[in-house]
Design a protein around this ligand. Structure first.
Ligand code: NDP
Ligand code: 2IT
Length: 444
């Protein structure tokens, strides 16, 4: 379709060198062809040109002093991508691979994900190329304070509400929240994923992983299958991976492998999550240490090799493009029948094509990992009300939201003649709400 081809071409030319952003935009725009076919008015309104250009991009210097007294300089980012349906909302990522293209891909995905939740949140993302690994508590705190000393002027409870992502958890959110409050002298829900003593929501820590498995459960049930008795491989051992594993086990699955960026552990009897939590959440150690506690388990170098472990269900929960065509083939040949993405864009386009082509049940990240941002939106609601819900109340809402996302995505796929294709369904369903809001609000 010429309009879509032209828009993709324009994005590639205007954003040179931003491979992940190109990848995310190309996937979404291609899947919108049937929608644009039915809505010629979108072209006249320049809707896709506006949707692919962030409303605002902020890049800033983050100077801080390390424990040796040396001055270090990192780069900070906040991309406020789309506010058609609500204040910008999306995480902050601290990882050495962060650059503007990565933040733009994540911010772009966030628009559709947030729309799918049914809650009033726009799309944004931010972060820094700061590497938290090997830094002292003091260095982490000083970095977070410096980061917020610039970011505070661009965000606010009704304007832009960041949260965590890779390398940003409750500890970093706490330091950033403290600094925001100190500078602005207001006590407001400007960040989500906060600690429970200062405005955090019960269930936020678990939300992305639990939500992923609630979505997976809906998807497999619709095909008459079950998580019960299934072997599950989960990449990563961070926030998303740990709570995906916990919920998968609660629903009768057996998690046999988990990883970090160095390698993976394999425990055919089922990975002991209490050990993983202790190693990762408390001691901040490498996953290989697991075998010191459980000598019968194996450790293998090379995180990507985790996809060679035979399993029924694969849950990529580490990072973008961690599962390529070769890994997808290995999974399929070993009998894997369902894949649900906890990470953002973990499967390469080749891998996605293979899964869809071979009839593997496939849940794309922007639908399946939306539970985290959904509970973030519930945290915003609780902060506005100055009230908090119980864990059970939040969990029940999360489950309902994930079920509704599954319904929306599968319904949209069906409506546009792509039954069973949740990639297209999620993109279309997420897009339609944002498109309608943008059309109503005029050329802005
Ligand atoms: P964490 O920082 O808690 O954990 C990240 C995990 O992924 C770690 O085990 C890390 O290993 C591994 N990892 C990171 N980068 C790489 C890499 N380049 N190669 C291999 N492994 C890597 O982050 P989260 O669990 O919060 O985030 C994981 C994914 O989920 C990300 O894609 C994020 O965008 C997405 N996501 C997160 C949400 C949330 O609420 N937190 C919500 C929705 C999506 P190591 O320790 O070795 O770096
Ligand atoms: O990718 C994501 O959805 C997140 N990192 C969570 C964002 C949020 O605002 O909770």
């Amino acid at each position: 379709m010429p309009y879509i081809d032209d828009c993709i071409q324009m994005v590639l030319e205007r954003n040179p060198g931003e491979a992940e952003f190109h990848q995310a935009v190309t996937e979404v725009l291609r899947s919108l062809e049937p929608v644009i076919g039915r809505h010629p008015e979108y072209e006249k309104a320049g809707l896709l040109e506006r949707l692919t250009e962030p409303e605002r991009q902020i890049v800033f210097r983050v100077p801080w002093v390390d424990d040796e007294g040396r001055v270090r300089v990192n780069r900070g980012f906040r991309v406020q991508f789309n506010s058609a349906i609500g204040p910008y909302k999306g995480g902050l990522r601290f990882h050495p691979t962060v650059n503007l293209g990565i933040i733009k891909f994540l911010g772009f995905e966030q628009i559709f994900k947030n729309s799918l939740t049914g809650l009033p949140i726009g799309g944004g993302k931010g972060g820094s190329d700061f590497d938290p690994k090997g830094k002292s508590e003091g260095e982490i705190m000083r970095f977070c304070q410096s980061f917020m000393t610039e970011l505070y002027r661009h965000i606010g409870a009704d304007n832009d509400v960041p949260a965590g992502d890779i390398g940003v958890g409750a500890r970093e959110i706490g330091y950033m929240y403290g600094q925001y409050k100190r500078i602005r002298n207001v006590y407001e829900g400007v960040l989500t994923g906060k600690g429970l003593t200062y405005g955090g929501s019960l269930g936020r820590k678990e939300a992305t992983g639990y939500g992923l498995v609630y979505f997976l459960d809906e998807m497999v049930k619709a095909r008459g299958r079950s998580i019960k008795g299934a072997s599950v491989v989960i990449s990563g051992s961070g926030n998303v991976a740990i709570y995906a594993a916990e919920k998968a086990v609660q629903l009768g699955g057996r998690v046999v492998a988990m990883s970090d960026s160095n390698g993976y552990i394999y425990d055919p009897e089922g990975i002991r999550l209490d050990t993983v939590k202790q190693l990762k959440e408390v001691e901040r150690k490498r996953i290989r240490e697991y075998t010191a506690v459980h000598p019968k388990a194996e450790y293998h170098e090379g995180s990507w090799k985790i996809w060679q472990v035979p399993c029924d269900i694969a849950l990529p929960c580490a990072t973008q493009n961690e599962l390529d065509g070769v890994s997808a083939e290995a999974l399929i040949n070993n009998g894997c029948w369902a894949v649900a993405e906890g990470a953002n864009m973990p499967s390469t386009p080749e891998a996605v094509d293979l899964f869809l082509g071979k009839g593997i049940l496939f849940a794309p990240g922007k639908a399946a990992n939306a539970g985290g941002v959904a509970v973030s939106a519930l945290e915003m609601s609780q902060n506005s009300m100055r009230y908090s819900w119980t864990f059970e109340e939040v969990d029940a809402k999360l489950k309902e939201i994930m079920t509704n996302i599954y319904k929306r995505a599968s319904q949209a796929a069906k409506e546009y003649g792509l039954e069973g294709n949740l990639v297209a369904g999620a993109n279309i369903a997420g897009f339609l709400k944002v498109a309608d809001a943008m059309m109503s609000q005029g050329v802005v």
